[in-house]
Design a protein around this ligand. Structure first.
Ligand SMILES: [Fe+2]
Length: 224
């Protein structure tokens, strides 16, 4: 992100996700070494994926997912690769990077998963906070770019861009950060494969406050 936005009044961070809900970072702005990108890519390649067709808020999906951390109850590691992923994405230098848009290095990786989408796959519109109100920012690391379709599309109702649709297509080794209260989707893949690692960051280390039944009744936005 070359452009500097207004600093938050709560924290003196560089980027305020309330003012600008989605940020894009180039490879040279992300403090991961080429070796760490490579290691993450290899971990994603040897992970096992499940085909997911429904989300936490009853939205429709078709996406292959490998979960490393989840907080259905409290945040927990889910497989043998979780600690290797965490060591890279939650290192001190990465916490320093996240501080630019979270305002703090004291962050909990509440959920972390690889998302693999192939031709015909998509992620329906949802808010990450439908899964847990404690999610603050999601950072999505991108590992492929030879695909068509597969745009990350937000309906941004924050700041000046009231209800405008925005589309993003990061290249490999870029990262997209999104405010977890902002509805978004990934449009259908037309060709190729889209591979990402999504990390849901929070300042809360407590149990998940969302009961599965609660968010089915109390939807906070209308689907289009
Ligand atoms: Fe999401």
């Amino acid at each position: 992100m070359k452009q500097k936005t207004r600093a938050s009044s709560r924290y003196d961070n560089k980027y305020d996700l309330e003012q600008q809900a989605t940020l894009l970072f180039e490879e040279d702005e992300i403090p991961l070494s080429p070796q760490e990108w490579q290691q993450l890519g290899e971990l994603l390649e040897k992970s096992e994926y499940d085909h997911i067709i429904g989300g936490d808020a009853n939205e429709r999906h078709s996406v292959w997912v490998s979960r490393y951390f989840n907080d259905v109850d409290s945040p927990e590691a889910l497989n043998v690769l979780s600690s290797d992923i965490e060591a890279i994405v939650m290192s001190p230098k990465m916490r320093g990077f996240y501080q630019q848009f979270t305002g703090t290095k004291k962050l909990c990786l509440r959920r972390c998963q690889a998302n693999r989408l192939q031709k015909g796959d998509f992620i329906g519109e949802h808010k990450d906070q439908d899964s847990s109100p404690d999610y603050f920012a999601t950072i999505v690391f991108h590992f492929s770019e030879n695909y068509s379709g597969g745009y990350f599309q937000t309906s941004d109702s924050t700041g000046a861009n009231s209800q405008q649709l925005q589309r993003y297509k990061p290249r490999a080794r870029m990262a997209l950060v999104n405010n977890c209260s902002v509805p978004h989707q990934v449009t259908t893949i037309e060709q190729g494969e889209r591979l990402t690692l999504a990390c849901f960051l929070s300042t809360s280390f407590s149990n998940n406050k969302t009961l599965p039944a609660a968010f089915k009744i109390n939807r906070h936005h209308d689907k289009t």
